[in-house]
Design a protein around this ligand. Sequence first.
Ligand code: GLN
Length: 254
Amino acid sequence: MKFTKLLALLLVVVMCFGMFAACGSKDEDQNKDDTKVIKMGTNAAFPPYEYKEGEKFVGIDVEIANAIAEKLGMKLEIVDMEFDSIITAVNQGEVDFGMAGMTVTDKRLLEVNFTSSYATGVQVVIVKEGSDVKTPDDLTGKKIGVQLGTTGDIYACDDYGKENVTQYGKGADAIIALKGGDVDAVIIDNEPAKAFVAENQGLVILDTEYAVEDYAIAVKKSNTELLDKINDALEDLTTDGTIDRIIAKFIKAE
Ligand code: GLN
């Protein structure tokens, strides 16, 4: 009798432990789900794709990324960094993806995977009003300002020689250099170019486009699961018109 009682007690104790353990793990899972964060690496100095209004990150990429995160049932966290550091941050797992008006290039494709493209970018040339630079061909022998590590930087070095190119950490700093006469032209993506020209009197964008490119999201090569999930989300957001709506909100038709 005593033995049976002891056995029953032991059974109760074991069951309680089991229940606690089960509850514990359920709670943990729930917590994880509630706070599942997806991190985006960007350079928030690239209007209208990503920039800051006070402390808040805003722009086309920010809104598309939020819509993607929502589709994945996750919470978006934005990590602001130099444009040139984004691919490294993606590969080191510091962020889950990079989204920064980032152009798909063959060289970058060796380092990361890109999702399908969600927008088109154009490299343009900004000069001072009245400049003798009228087309990209006139840039030969001129001093060119670019943003470090961007396609504008890469193409300008290839086409006009590294010695003629000055690299700035931010596009806005290249614009200051142009206004101050340190460089004769700035090569940068068309939408930020429009924003910079609107903010700074006496600057114009050349009519001739320098290069047309595709923007996409960078994901670590080994993380094909996330790549597929983002591509699915992008497809849905394209089909239901969300991407067009977000782009139209920030880029007014001319
Ligand atoms: N589209 C350009 C690139 O990918 C510039 C991007 C940026 O400066 N954020 O290099």
